[in-house]
Design a protein around this ligand. Structure first.
Ligand code: DX5
Ligand code: ZN
Length: 225
C-alpha cells in the first residue's frame, strides 16, 4: 500500500502570517504545501498567484503542490514552474488542451497532475493515465475552503483500479483528494485508494497541527482486521 502523505492547504491560513504558517506546516510532518490558485472565472473566488509563490520559493523544505483552478492553465505553466512549483495540478474541465498542458509541465521538469470536479466521471482521466504523476479527485466543488466533504469513494476506487491495470510505469499513480478532509473523512478516502490528502480548515484550526497530521496519516483498519 502507498504511504499516506499530507498536503496542507494554506488557503485556510491567515495571509499576513504566511511566513510563520509555512514553518508550522513544515514542523507538523506534512510533506506538502497546497497552493490554491483561483482566477474568479473557473471558480467563483479569487485567491493569489505567481508573485506569492515566488516569494515562498526556497523558504520551505515542503513540496510546493500548486492547484490551478483557472480557465487557461496552459498559458501560465512556465510562470508557475519558474516561481517554484514542484507539482502542478490543473483541471481537465479547463479550456486548455490537456495533453499539451501536461507536456508543458513536464518540459519544465515539474510533476504533472490533472484534477476532476465532483460531477466529472472517473473516465475523464483515463486517456492520460500514463502521462501524469498524480490525479486529484475533488471532494468538494472547487472554490472555497471549509465545505462539507462529498464521498467520491467509487470514483477514487475506479481510478486506482484503472491505474493498477493500465499504467506502464513502475511508479504507482498518486491519487490526491481535496475538500472537507479531516480525521474522520480521511479514513473513507484512504480506504478507497487515495494516498495524498489535502487538508485546509481542519489543519489550520488545530492548536497541535502535528497531532492532526498524525491522525490523517493513521492506518485505517479494514473490516477483516
Ligand atoms: C477548494 C480548494 C481546497 C481547500 C480545501 O477549492 O481547492 O484546497 O483549501 O479546504 P478544506 O480542507 O477546508 O476543505
Ligand atoms: Zn486545492
Amino acid at each position: 500500500m502507498l504511504v499516506t502523505q499530507v498536503s496542507a492547504s494554506i488557503l485556510s491560513a491567515d495571509p499576513l502570517e504566511f511566513g510563520k504558517e509555512i514553518k508550522r506546516v513544515e514542523n507538523s510532518g506534512a510533506e506538502m504545501i497546497h497552493f490554491d490558485v483561483m482566477d474568479g472565472v473557473f471558480v467563483n473566488n479569487i485567491s493569489y498567484g505567481i508573485p506569492l509563490l515566488n516569494s515562498m520559493k526556497g523558504k520551505t523544505g515542503c513540496v510546493m503542490d500548486v492547484h490551478l483552478m483557472i480557465t487557461d492553465p496552459f498559458k501560465y505553466i512556465d510562470n508557475f514552474s519558474q516561481a517554484g512549483a514542484d507539482i502542478i495540478t490543473f483541471h481537465v474541465e479547463s479550456q486548455s488542451n490537456v495533453k499539451e498542458t501536461i507536456d508543458a509541465i513536464r518540459r519544465n521538469g515539474v510533476k504533472a497532475a490533472i484534477s476532476i470536479k465532483p460531477l466529472t466521471p472517473a473516465e475523464a482521466v483515463y486517456p492520460y493515465i500514463n502521462d501524469v504523476d498524480m490525479v486529484l479527485v475533488m471532494t468538494v466543488e472547487p472554490g472555497f475552503g471549509g465545505q462539507k466533504f462529498m464521498d467520491m469513494s467509487g470514483k477514487i476506487a475506479a481510478i486506482r483500479k484503472y491505474a493498477d491495470e493500465n499504467r506502464t510505469s513502475d511508479i504507482p499513480l498518486d491519487i490526491q483528494v481535496d475538500g472537507g478532509i479531516d480525521d474522520k473523512t480521511s479514513a473513507i478516502v484512504k480506504k478507497a485508494g487515495a494516498n495524498i490528502l489535502v487538508s485546509g480548515s481542519y489543519l489550520f484550526r488545530q492548536e497541535d497541527m502535528a497531532e492532526a497530521v498524525r491522525k490523517l496519516k493513521e492506518e485505517f483498519l479494514t473490516d477483516a482486521e
